[in-house]
Design a protein around this ligand. Structure first.
Ligand SMILES: Cc1cc2nc3c(=O)[nH]c(=O)nc-3n(C[C@H](O)[C@H](O)[C@H](O)COP(=O)(O)O)c2cc1C
Length: 159
C-alpha cells in the first residue's frame, strides 16, 4: 500500500485536537498532542486514543494508572504545536492544573477528562489506550480542528 496516500486519505477525516497528559514519578508531568481521541462507551464511560510505538513517551503513557485528556480550542494552536515536538513533553505548570489524583489537565480547555487506564491493545505500529472517565468538565469556546494535515476552525469551515 502507498503509505503516503493512505495517510492523506485518513487526513480527510476532520478531528478535534487534544493534549493527553500524565504524571510519571521519573519523568514528571508530561503532555502530548493527539487527534486519535474517540468516545467508546457511555456506561461504563470509556474513551480511547492511540500512541505510536516509537514515541519517546511510550513507557509513561502505557504504564501509567491514570491520564488526562484536554480538548483544545481554536486559540490553542501554539500549545498543540509545542506538545507535538520531540523533547518538548515536559509541561509548563502555568498552563495546567492537577486533578484530585495529581494528573495534569490543561486550564481553559474546551473539555477535560480524568481517566483511569482501563485497557491497552497492541494495534500495528500503535497501541490503543482505553480510559475509564472518572471526572470531566466542559467550558465554552470554539474547537481547534485538524483536517488534511492542517489546523482549521469551525469559524473558517464552510467559507
Ligand atoms: C494534530 C496532531 C495530532 C497528533 N496525534 C497523535 C496521536 O494521536 N498519537 C500519537 O502517538 N502521536 C500523535 N501526534 C504526534 C505527537 O504529538 C508527537 O509529535 C510525537 O509523539 C513526537 O514524537 P515523540 O512522541 O517521540 O516525542 C500528533 C501530532 C499532531 C500535530
Amino acid at each position: 500500500m502507498d503509505t503516503k496516500a493512505f495517510r492523506s486519505a485518513l487526513g480527510r477525516f476532520a478531528t478535534g485536537v487534544c493534549l493527553i497528559s500524565v504524571y510519571d514519578p521519573d519523568s514528571g508531568a508530561m503532555a502530548m498532542t493527539a487527534n486519535s481521541f474517540a468516545s467508546v462507551s457511555l456506561d461504563p464511560a470509556l474513551v480511547l486514543w492511540s500512541i505510536q510505538n516509537d514515541s519517546e513517551c511510550f513507557r509513561e503513557y502505557t504504564q501509567c494508572s491514570r491520564f488526562g485528556i484536554s480538548v483544545l480550542n481554536d486559540q490553542q494552536t501554539a500549545l498543540s504545536n509545542h506538545y507535538a515536538r520531540k523533547g518538548q513533553h515536559a509541561i509548563n505548570d502555568n498552563d495546567f492544573i492537577r486533578d484530585s489524583n495529581g494528573v495534569p489537565l490543561l486550564r481553559d480547555a474546551l473539555a477535560q477528562f480524568s481517566c483511569k487506564l482501563h485497557q491497552l491493545h497492541e494495534a500495528g505500529d500503535h497501541h490503543i489506550i482505553v480510559g475509564q472517565v472518572e471526572a470531566f468538565s466542559v467550558a465554552d469556546g470554539t474547537p481547534l480542528l485538524f483536517f488534511g494535515g492542517a489546523y482549521n476552525s469551525l469559524s473558517q469551515a464552510g467559507q
